[in-house]
Design a protein around this ligand. Structure first.
Ligand SMILES: Nc1ncnc2c1ncn2[C@@H]1O[C@H](COP(=O)(O)OP(=O)(O)OP(=O)(O)O)[C@@H](O)[C@H]1O
Length: 577
């Protein structure tokens, strides 16, 4: 019903303690209000003058006002707690995304990650403000009322006490049914978010392939599924409201019947009978309110659980084991992997199996293999973005993984498509090296072959680029990525994940001229399909199905006449190498 992790937040105990106190005062006000109206009505029924009920009506009004005021105060207590906690959750969640890295976002789905951090947080806010109040009402108000009724007529109190678990049982059964439906609704909503974001990002590809309409139908199908899931949750919600209303009304009717019989045969005076009758609906009201809002906040409960599970995900806490002697990767520095395996969460097969390799100094290393052989996974593992098992050594120093600050501070990464942020050209070039002057940035642009393009920009380095601004071509984005590397001479380990895979051969040839000089004085690890790069490399690692099947120099591998040679002939452009 309530996630225990809620109590671990700062201020939770104080807010909940206050909520408890205010609800208790409110329950006394409810009893006072019921008692006062019953006394007033009894007096009037017994033909007392109107004047005689003046004070008691005033007490009734006072109790009523107190009850409403407590309701308002409860919101005042809870709203700041919910605002503060959800604000903190949102910032922790975005920080956690950054810490978990791109592989976690990919497995969660970009759409869901964004929805969770925006809409999910709003749902959690509703969950906090609605459910907590109703839950405390349910835990306190009925029992104060029952205790008071017990002092008036213990038999009626026992009847009300006995009927309560029956209603709770109904609520639990319907709650379980609603939870299952709401889980499906939440699932389809997340799928819809992922589909929608995916199709927006891949719109160009979809248009090019003429699949935009088919994909739109696909989104329509998922949204229909979501609509149906929402409707079936609502059906359960309405059914449960009806069932609870029916049973509570029936229980009140039974109480009224016994009270009426008691009045008729003279065993029960009017005042206590009327007091019990007025208080009986108040006794059931909190559980009805809780059940009504419970369905509305199930998505908030699911989002809260998802957010907390993400925040509870274990991060590597041993990221400071490696201490590099120098700030820069030196020619005698070494990196070794022994028996390293990696399996993606939920995968049936490991993506990397028993990896053994040894790299040294300013070596240029290529990783080759067919698609899906594990090149990117190995590169991500070497960069410390994925953590596998097995032994890793940096400069003969053993460590459990490569998510080491001192190692990662030496890395530069050039992926297939460098991300161009929605920022000025200056910001996009210099966020790794903000100390660079404009002249140095312009120099770097000329070096990577963007001089002509830059000269044509009216606003120069102040030109806004990226999404929602001036678009850059694949080749231009790749050159901007290269300029970033060029500008940061401190980092001396270069990880390249098929940086030219999406470029035409002409652009690739031009880029190659700029890239090769960057390989000087660096440890270069280059995953590639294009075999013409291999002549630039000192060492080649050949992968198949997650394993390293061969490694050596190009000459050695050719002479071996093993898997590499058949791979080479299977790949187009093999003649280049
Ligand atoms: N995020 C992921 N979750 C689950 N499995 C994954 C994930 N990324 C890759 N894999 C699987 O791991 C294996 C290795 O993938 P990887 O991307 O490392 O291959 P690759 O050699 O780089 O392929 P390509 O040349 O096509 O980029 C593949 O079977 C792939 O399906």
């Amino acid at each position: 019903m309530l996630d225990k992790r809620l109590f671990s937040f700062a201020g939770a105990k104080k807010a909940l303690g206050l909520l408890c106190l205010l609800t208790f005062i409110q329950s006394l006000a409810i009893v006072g209000q019921g008692r006062a109206i019953s006394i007033a009505l009894t007096k009037l029924w017994q033909h007392h003058p109107l004047k005689s009920v003046f004070w008691i009506v005033l007490i009734f009004i006072g109790a009523y006002v107190l009850r409403q005021l407590m309701g308002v105060f409860k919101e005042y207590v809870l709203a700041p707690f919910a605002d503060k906690t959800t604000g903190m959750l949102q910032s922790k969640l975005t920080q956690q995304y950054a810490k978990l890295g791109p592989s976690a976002i990919t497995s969660l789905g970009t759409g869901k990650s964004v929805t969770l951090a925006v809409e999910g947080i709003d749902q959690v806010h509703d969950y906090f403000t609605l459910v907590l109040v109703k839950l405390f009402d349910m835990m306190i108000i009925p029992w104060v009322i029952l205790a008071y009724i017990f002092t008036i007529n213990w038999k009626q109190a026992i009847f009300l006490f006995m009927i309560y678990p029956v209603i709770v049982l109904f609520m639990i059964i319907l709650g379980y049914a609603a939870q299952a439906k709401a889980d499906r609704e939440y699932d389809t909503f997340n799928r819809l978010s992922n589909h929608f974001v995916d199709s927006l990002r891949g719109l160009t590809t979809l248009k090019q392939l003429g699949l935009a309409k088919q994909y739109a139908n696909n989104i329509y199908d998922v949204s229909e599924e979501h609509r149906k899931a929402t409707m079936s949750t609502l059906k359960i919600a309405i059914l449960s409201t009806f069932a609870l209303d029916f049973f509570t009304t029936l229980s009140i009717a039974i109480v009224a019947l016994f009270l009426g019989l008691g009045l008729m045969n003279g065993t029960m005076p009017l005042l206590p009978a009327l007091t019990i009758l007025v208080l009986a609906p108040e006794y059931f009201l909190p559980i009805r309110n809780f059940a009504n809002d419970y369905h509305a906040t199930l998505n908030g409960k699911n989002s809260f659980a998802d957010i907390m599970n993400l925040l509870d995900k274990k991060l590597a806490d041993d990221t400071n084991i490696y201490h590099s002697k120098q700030q820069q990767w030196q020619n005698d520095d070494t990196l070794q992997l022994q028996g390293v395996n990696y399996e993606y969460p939920g995968a049936t097969e490991p993506a990397l199996k028993d990896i053994n390799l040894s790299l040294k100094g300013h070596q240029r290393v290529a990783i080759v293999g067919t698609s899906g052989s594990g090149k990117s996974t190995l590169l991500n593992l070497l960069g410390g973005f994925l953590i596998g098992d097995g032994e890793v050594q940096l400069n003969k120093q053993k460590m459990p993984h490569l998510q080491q600050k001192d190692w990662q501070n030496q890395l530069q990464v050039l992926p297939q498509r460098p991300y161009i942020f929605h920022d000025t050209l200056r910001g996009n070039l210099s966020f790794y090296s903000p100390e660079k002057t404009d002249a140095e940035l312009v120099d770097a642009l000329h070096t990577v072959g963007l001089g002509e393009w830059y000269d044509g920009l009216e606003q120069g380095l102040d030109t806004l680029i990226g999404e929602g601004a001036m678009k850059t071509s694949g080749g231009q984005a790749q050159r901007i990525g290269l300029a970033r590397i060029l500008l940061d001479q401190n980092r001396r380990v270069l990880l390249l994940d098929e940086p030219t895979a999406h470029l035409d051969i002409e652009t690739e040839v031009h880029l190659k001229e700029t890239m090769v000089p960057l390989f000087e004085q660096r440890l270069v690890i280059f995953a590639t399909h294009r075999l013409h790069w291999l002549t630039e490399m000192d060492w080649i690692i050949v992968m198949r199905d997650g394993e390293i099947v061969e490694q050596g120099t190009l000459t050695d591998l050719k002479a071996n006449d093993g898997y590499f040679v058949s791979l080479q002939s299977a790949m187009r452009g093999g003649k280049n190498a």
